[in-house]
Design a protein around this ligand. Structure first.
Ligand SMILES: *Cc1c(COP(=O)(O)O)cnc(C)c1O
Length: 488
């Protein structure tokens, strides 16, 4: 066999990269749904590399072989695009990451990249840990980050136990995230980033993102947003100026519920006071080739393709589920056994106006059906039963179509009682702080016809028909004998 030389491979790679980036440029001109359907996978790639497969293939292989030592050397010194080993990268992961990176930047000319992870929690760790390293010039200097307290339960544990207790990195807590001066009062020269979840799960907290982004950049630090509940179909924080978005892909993006996954999406050339030019230039590429290569928290190829497949219909699905949720919320508001309904879409919600500035269905103005900007508020809502913990459990236990599970984002409607599930670890005091009373039910509406979900709620609530309604102050004790053993 004649020797080809490294140039043979680097030249071929340059040609492939040229048509590949041409394709991405072309895709960026397309609408949201088109990007979601085609992503970065082109006909040329299908025909040249994938036997013409019209659907992105699942590459389950652990590793990539090379033709000779020259190609191996070029690949492993990152002179040519390569995936090498599936802990680091893999073509199937790449198709998912490429599509999601484009969707999060949709409607802007911001350049983004994405790294997919094995879970949403791994995505949060991947996003924040790069900023939480000691200052090499002064390793004993304390560091802190500023983040909202109304965050997903797992995030609360990661921040308070893994960062603060175990690593002595201070979490400066924003209690009222709508108050911008509260955010600012917590920032000092040792602050590494600002972090917020919006809308939050399950509380639907919401803050004025553009103002908080401006604040972060005023102090030279990045803004990180957990945008799981909104998804890029309703809100794109990076396009608004944020530096990094994290997604629990396990939720609405991968609605089928076939796996757990997460993703970090970052703008290129992000803002940070950490002296690491490579990280700032292309955060996700840096993390992929270095820290996550060494730590190994990335997504599996099978999960990546399942997520990609569900993501193709994200926009129309979120639109439909948002409309159903609104209908169900309005039904519950007028129900005699319901004390309160919390849904950002209801005008009565104190954050409705603010949420309406941010939560807009992508491309509604280009849609046959609408032709103008349309607010959609997602499929997460909660409601409070008139009655105590036991009455709430009775309603919950009466559901026949809505699944009782601690899950969110599914194609099927799912409900949980946060006080005995997602928020049981926080205890009574913690639930009081987070306003999670024992009579609160979190409902995430699926893609069923909303009338059938309303019928299920109606029959479940009818178990209270004989009850004498006692109004009392909110109860935070979870009730029931087994609540202590449910902790996990
Ligand atoms: C579920 C969830 C997470 C964690 O994601 P996993 O995929 O379960 O690890 C993070 N943030 C939010 C808002 C979530 O709902």
């Amino acid at each position: 066999m004649s020797k080809k030389g490294i140039n043979h491979y680097t030249d071929a790679a340059a040609r492939a990269m040229a048509w590949h980036s041409d394709n991405i440029k072309k895709m960026k001109q397309c609408r949201f749904d088109t990007i979601a359907v085609h992503g970065v996978y082109s006909m040329q790639e299908a025909l040249d590399f994938n036997q013409g497969s019209i659907i992105e293939p699942v590459y389950l292989s652990t590793s990539q072989a090379y033709r000779d030592s020259d190609e191996m050397e070029a690949a492993l010194s990152y002179q040519i695009p390569t995936w090498c080993y599936s802990r680091i990268a893999n073509p199937s992961m790449y198709y998912f990451e490429g599509a999601l990176a484009m969707l999060e930047a949709y409607g802007s000319d911001v350049e983004t990249s994405c790294i997919a992870t094995s879970s949403g929690m791994a995505a949060i760790q991947t996003a924040v840990d790069q900023f939480l390293l000691p200052d090499p010039k002064n390793p004993s200097k304390p560091i802190n980050f500023v983040a909202t307290t109304q965050v997903y339960g797992g995030t609360f544990q990661q921040f308070s136990i893994r960062k603060e207790s175990e690593r002595k990195i201070e979490w400066r807590k924003v209690i009222n995230s709508a108050n911008i001066s509260e955010w600012e009062s917590l920032i000092d020269e040792n602050t590494r980033f600002l972090y917020g979840e919006m809308p939050s799960n399950p509380g639907q907290a919401f803050f004025d993102l553009k103002k908080v982004i401006d604040l972060a950049h005023k102090y030279g630090i990045p803004m990180i947003v957990d945008s799981t509940v909104a998804t890029p179909a309703l809100m794109r924080p990076i396009a608004l100026g944020a530096d990094i978005v994290v997604q629990s892909v396990s939720k609405t993006i991968m609605t089928s519920g076939f796996g757990i996954a997460g993703a970090v999406i970052a703008r290129k050339n992000l803002t940070s006071n950490v002296d690491n030019p490579e990280m700032k230039a292309d955060f996700c590429m840096y993390v992929k080739t270095l820290p996550n290569r060494d730590n190994g928290p990335n997504i599996s190829p099978m999960t990546a393709i399942l997520a990609l497949n569900d993501m193709r219909t994200l926009r129309s699905r979120v639109d439909m589920q948002s409309r159903s949720t609104m209908k169900i919320a309005k039904y519950l508001v007028q129900h005699k056994h319901i004390e309160q309904v919390d849904y950002l879409g209801l005008e009565s919600h104190p954050l409705h106006k603010l949420a309406s500035e941010y939560m807009l269905l992508a491309d509604a103005e280009h849609d046959e059906q609408y032709g103008f900007p349309v607010n959609r508020y997602g499929h997460l809502m909660s409601f409070r039963v008139k009655g105590n913990a036991q009455a709430t459990r009775d309603v919950f236990d009466g559901m026949q179509m809505i699944w009782r599970a601690t899950d969110l984002g599914r194609i099927k409607s799912v409900a949980t009682i946060p006080a005995i599930s997602t928020h049981s670890q926080q205890g009574e005091e913690g639930r009081k702080l987070a306003d999670i009373p024992a009579n609160l039910i979190r409902l995430c509406v699926g893609a069923e016809h909303p009338d059938d979900i309303i019928a299920d709620l109606d029959q479940a609530l009818s178990v209270l028909d004989g009850n004498k309604i006692v109004s009392s102050s909110p109860e935070y004790s979870a009730g029931g004998a087994s609540s202590a053993s449910l902790r996990r």
